[in-house]
Design a protein around this ligand. Structure first.
Ligand SMILES: Nc1ncnc2c1ncn2[C@@H]1O[C@H](COP(=O)(O)OP(=O)(O)OP(=O)(O)O)[C@@H](O)[C@H]1O
Length: 225
């Protein structure tokens, strides 16, 4: 479960919070679209939920664990249970595709034999296995995006957060990704996907978190808390 109570986010050196008054609850194993105009705060909310920033005020529980005041090791363990597909992919340019995707499993101390098997299975599934030994920068935008998706999925996260994960994909690949998200939800994963792609949202109607001006849009979010 994810629970926010009157949470705000204020990056260093910024006068006004970029998120404020965020109160919402997302039960485990549910899907939410994260919607709102450009600059509404979608990426900022994902940054909070990936524990990439601390709330300036309010209370936030991730996977039923209070984040405020949590120890470093608690936060590290929580981060390992969260998969994230960033808008800009954030692949490590000096590493090949295989090593980028293997990272979450290596952090867990898995054997190289298991890692090889699992990484190739997910790369195959996302049609990027032939690029396993290439640097990410030599790949197309859509291929890089699929590598970032592979890295987020490989650790079988309890929460999967994705920031515009289909913007470089073809329609058929985007639909396949949605089917994967549904499989993860069926397995009990919470999935939150920020998107501007109205067609995608129409194809897969689901509850939405609608943001506007750094907070929940009061007209679009009824009974969300
Ligand atoms: N580190 C930061 N420093 C200053 N301002 C920030 C910072 N992070 C976010 N903002 C501001 O907060 C607001 C929300 O940004 P955010 O990227 O979260 O919006 P978004 O809804 O994801 O937009 P888009 O759809 O264009 O990606 C913007 O006005 C942005 O300029």
């Amino acid at each position: 479960m994810i629970r926010l109570r009157d949470v705000s986010l204020k990056p260093a050196g910024v006068g006004q919070p970029v998120l404020h008054g965020m109160t919402l609850t997302i039960p485990q194993g549910e899907f939410r679209w994260l919607l709102g105009p450009s600059g509404a705060g979608k990426s900022s909310l994902l940054k909070l939920l990936t524990l990439g920033a601390k709330p300036a005020s309010g209370q936030m529980d991730i996977l039923n664990t209070p984040v405020t005041g949590a120890s470093r090791s608690t936060l590290r363990n929580l981060r390992r249970r969260i998969g994230f597909v960033p808008q800009d992919y954030r692949l490590i340019g000096e590493w090949n595709v295989f090593d980028n995707v293997a990272l979450p499993l290596r952090l867990r101390g898995r054997s190289e034999r298991d890692i090889r098997q699992e990484v190739f299975a997910v790369l195959d599934w996302l049609d990027v296995a032939p690029h396993a030994h290439s640097r990410p920068t030599t790949l197309s935008g859509g291929e890089q995006q699929r590598v970032a998706i592979a890295r987020a999925l490989i650790g079988r996260p309890d929460i999967l957060l994705a920031d515009e994960p289909t913007n470089a994909l073809e329609d058929s690949q985007a639909r396949r990704l949605l089917a994967t998200f549904q499989e993860l939800i069926d397995l009990g994963t919470t999935v939150i996907v920020a998107t501007h792609n109205e067609g995608l949202v129409r194809d897969a109607p689901a509850p939405s978190i609608m943001l506007r001006d750094g907070t929940l849009d009061p007209h679009a979010n009824e009974a969300i808390a």
